[in-house]
Design a protein around this ligand. Structure first.
Ligand SMILES: [Zn+2]
Length: 238
């Protein structure tokens, strides 16, 4: 199975801020912790951490989610307004698209997080999230946005500081159990790949029908380049 991990925010957008942390830093750190573990069960790709998927798609760039069987985006929630700590953890929730047929994987993840002390706020359907609407709504690929805990709740963040390795484990084992994935030998995990630098161009040429978007690293002949230019010319009416 191929799984794409996305770290929320970044590329100039810090996301939510609280308790001395920036969401964009926490999401990147956790994505790394998950990728290492999850690569024992699946082929893991991490979306280029120098980019923010949201602003990337909002700018009109395409992304081929169809290459993946499951997409997970990591975020940290805000608006608990508890920077002093009241002894109560606000907790975790997972957002999914209205067209998602079930959420056994996400329920599994939340149960695992609950066992670590994160209150289970449940799986919620949302229809107004850009990345999710493109991934699941337009391309039909299952997508989960995990709000790990509240960055502006002192109790959540204290718990997270102590348990982030276990949080990565909880998310990994929830995905593995939910999809019935078997661990391969720990000595030989699947390689963790990053989305390639030409991803947007690859998607664009395929969408426009100028090239099929396959074998990206192979050289093209002059005739093939002529053909691609010809197809583009036809589209432009030249
Ligand atoms: Zn966020």
């Amino acid at each position: 199975m191929k799984i794409l991990l996305i770290a929320g925010h970044g590329a100039g957008d810090p996301g939510a801020v609280g308790n001395g942390y920036r969401e964009a830093d926490l999401t990147r750190e956790l994505v790394k912790l998950i990728a290492t573990r999850l690569s024992k069960y699946a082929n893991v790709t991490v979306f280029d951490i120098s980019k923010d998927m949201y602003s990337y798609l909002k700018a009109g760039n395409g992304f081929n989610f169809k290459e993946y069987g499951y997409v997970v985006e990591i975020h940290f929630n805000a608006a608990a307004y508890d920077t002093g700590g009241d002894g109560k953890v606000t907790g975790s929730e997972i957002l999914i698209h209205p067209q998602e047929s079930g959420y056994s994987v996400e329920a599994e993840i939340l149960q695992n997080l609950q066992a670590l002390g994160y209150a289970n706020r449940g799986v919620k359907r949302r229809n107004n999230l850009l990345n999710m609407n493109i991934c699941k709504g337009r391309q039909g690929v299952s997508y989960a946005l995990i709000e790990v805990c509240f960055i502006d709740d002192r109790d959540d963040i204290r718990l997270y500081e102590r348990t982030k390795e276990q949080v990565a484990e909880a998310i990994t084992s929830g995905i593995a159990k939910g999809f019935g994935l078997q661990a391969i030998s720990a000595e030989l995990p699947h390689p963790i790949t990053n989305t390639p630098w030409y991803n947007d161009a690859q998607w664009w040429v395929k969408e426009l029908g100028i090239a099929d978007g396959t074998r990206p690293e192979e050289p093209a002949t002059r005739a093939e380049v002529w053909q691609m230019l010809y197809r583009l010319g036809q589209k432009l009416g030249l």
